[in-house]
Design a binder for this molecule. Structure first.
Ligand code: 6GU
Length: 244
């Protein structure tokens, strides 16, 4: 996969050189390029923003540098268009299903807005060259798209083939089956008056699987009741009805 990120703060994306994603880049599993929007300006002051038409607070990102930047990063190829992700609190909500969907793409481009956002005509114009998706991390406001890109690139990048050493660990984690993950424990079995649940020391793998499934449902119902709506008792497996 190829990822291009356009930002006025390219240094903000430095953490993508670390850990799993940094390793994936070194191993050639992921090609990731960060571009400074200001290099696509033509005036002496390298201006990227201006006052909003219609008035109001703050500044709006000018269309010209964005068009130059996006034209330069769109990989020329026949067939499908690259996906342009525009991080915005006004976008569709990012989740694990969208991460899986985007992990299938050949090229992702992230356009990091700052200030009050990017001139809307950039979004309209870009539809000719990209599949455009405004995406939000959740219902709160960040100062710009960069932190959201860190989160999305990590969530997507770890799903690429070969990035996570043991693909089994992708199957057992939170949200992979619509439920939160069960709690985990390691040695020592007794610690500061807190014991590991005895079932986990029993060696009974059937009982352990059933206990873990039960914990998934219990946690999800308590912390994320909204996720439980997807679990209709009528469509649950017999094992799940037992675990409930
Ligand atoms: Cl993706 N961008 C910005 N700027 N703020 C956000 C967000 C994204 N998601 C939640 N808040």
């Amino acid at each position: 996969m190829r990822i291009d990120v356009v930002s006025i703060f390219p240094e903000y994306l430095a953490p993508l050189e670390l850990s799993l994603i940094g390793k994936a880049r070194q191993d050639g599993l992921l090609e990731l390029n960060v571009h400074d929007l200001r290099t696509f300006t033509t005036d002496k002051h390298r201006t990227v923003d201006d006052t909003p038409y219609g008035g109001g607070a703050g500044m709006v990102m000018k269309p010209e540098p964005w068009a130059q930047a996006l034209e330069s990063v769109a990989a020329a190829r026949e067939g499908s268009k690259p996906v342009l992700i525009v991080p915005s609190p006004a976008g569709e909500k990012f989740n694990q299903a969208l991460a899986y969907e985007l992990a299938e793409e050949e090229q992702l481009v992230f356009a990091c807005g700052r200030y009050e956002g990017i001139d809307e005509r950039v979004i309209d114009w870009a539809q000719e060259h990209f599949t455009v998706r405004p995406v939000s991390l959740g219902d709160y406001v960040l100062n710009g798209g960069e932190v959201a890109v860190l989160a999305m690139v990590e969530a997507i990048g770890r799903l690429l083939p070969g990035v996570v050493g043991n693909p089994e660990s992708l199957v057992e984690e939170s949200h992979s089956d619509g439920l939160l993950e069960y709690p985990v424990y390691t040695k020592p079995s007794a610690w500061r008056e807190h014991d590991v649940p005895p079932i986990l020391l029993s060696g009974n793998h059937g009982k352990i699987a059933q206990w873990r499934r039960h914990e998934q449902f219990r946690r999800t119902a308590e912390r994320r009741p909204d996720l439980m709506e997807g679990f209709d008792a009528g469509v649950l497996s017999r094992a799940d009805r037992t675990a409930l």
